[in-house]
Design a protein around this ligand. Structure first.
Ligand code: UDP
Ligand code: MG
Length: 351
């Protein structure tokens, strides 16, 4: 039996990390085991430290010193999950890239299954959550969100697919070219197109620590998803406005009929108050919706970078660091010798 060609030379695994010191050793051990069983290589792990305040960066820095497959990109502060993934995509060098979370909710053992699908010719293989291990409230909110976005978005976003996915080099290049700020990467990934497929995957519970997504961050992500891929909320204002005008005209006709033919003058203070409060509510709501889009336009035109890199720790940067250290040390030694010799000191100060 012949072993089929793997269809790739170098795999890069891209992992955003924010305060994950408790899971990192386990994550690395499991990833390394998966790497050892893969053909081709050497493969690569790109960790993006998203401004962690625990020992994550120190641990990763030490790891990069002993394992040349590890590259660490330290951001200047916390920029958020999506920006951290963007940073990772800008630093990977493999011809296939797997994006995964650090907390082992995305299992490293799924990677070979992704690669099999890639070998069948798929550019994007995304994990579809088989079953969530979160609380019922969170599960219900996720389900509702995915349904809303699916019905609103201009692209066909797959249900239950997160950021855990394999991307081919050309997909990564296309994603990198998209310069939008508030990125909703799983949406962009769908938007890119090419051949895509989902893979049913169990989503494990977090290995340690707690979720970094506050309800606030989740809402931001949900809004980014909806507003970045749909103008339906704007259209809703038009539809609702038209409906209100029709209702109002009908009511006007009815009042006129009452007055002329039945001789009744219109009464109804309550109806007036309800009408006014309801319509002011609707107007404020849509002002907010327009505000969301205007705010996003403002964010885009500022053209600030998505993230800032503090430093990169990898085999190359470490080599360069050692090389400069040597060249820096030599002149200081000479200077020391010269300062011990009083004659040479006068020569250097008075040319
Ligand atoms: N993360 C990050 N920056 C953040 C928040 C999270 O890089 O501001 C990382 C985090 O370390 C993890 C991944 O993004 O690797 C997903 O975060 P988390 O597990 O907290 O989200 P959840 O799985 O609960 O949606
Ligand atoms: Mg998680």
């Amino acid at each position: 039996m012949t072993v089929p060609a793997p269809g790739y030379k170098k795999l890069s695994v891209a992992i955003p990390v924010y305060n994950e010191e408790r899971v990192l050793p386990q994550l690395y051990a499991r990833l390394a085991a998966v790497f050892d069983a893969l053909p081709a290589g050497p493969h690569e792990i790109v960790f993006v430290d998203d401004g962690s305040r625990d020992g994550s960066l120190e641990w990763l820095g030490a790891l990069a010193r002993v394992d040349p497959r590890v590259k660490v990109v330290a951001l200047s502060r916390n920029f958020g999950h999506q920006a951290a993934i963007s940073a990772a995509l800008d630093h990977v060098t493999g011809d296939v890239v797997v994006v995964m979370d650090a907390d082992l909710q995305d299992t490293p053992e799924t990677i070979p299954r992704f690669l099999e699908k890639h070998a069948e010719g798929f550019d994007v293989v995304y994990a579809v959550r088989h079953e969530r291990k979160e609380g019922w409230l969170l599960r219900a909110s996720y389900a509702a969100f995915y349904r809303v976005i699916k019905s609103l978005a201009d692209i066909d976003l797959p249900l239950g697919a997160g950021d855990f996915a394999l991307l081919s080099r050309r997909v990564v290049d296309q994603l990198r070219q998209s310069e939008e700020r508030n990125r909703y990467l799983r949406g962009l990934r769908t938007w890119v197109g090419f051949r895509q497929t989902g893979l049913l995957v169990e989503r494990e519970a977090r290995a340690a620590g707690e979720s970094k997504y506050t309800p606030q961050k989740l809402f931001k992500l949900a809004f980014d998803g909806i507003f970045a891929f749909s103008t339906a909320p704007l259209r809703a204002a038009t539809v609702l406005g038209a409906a209100t005008i029709i209702a109002s005209l009908a009511f006007a006709a009815f009042t006129l009929y009452e007055r002329v033919f039945l001789g009744q003058s219109p009464a109804g203070f309550t109806a007036l108050v309800v009408g006014i409060t309801f319509l002011s509510g609707v107007q404020l709501l849509f002002l907010g919706v327009i505000g969301e889009y205007v705010g996003r336009v403002y964010e885009e035109v500022k053209r600030r970078p998505h993230y800032l890199v503090d430093r990169v720790i990898s085999a190359e940067t470490l080599d360069a660091e050692y090389a400069t250290r040597e060249t820096v040390e030599r002149p200081t030694k000479k200077r020391k010798q010269r300062s011990e010799n009083p004659k040479s000191r006068t020569r250097t100060t008075r040319p």
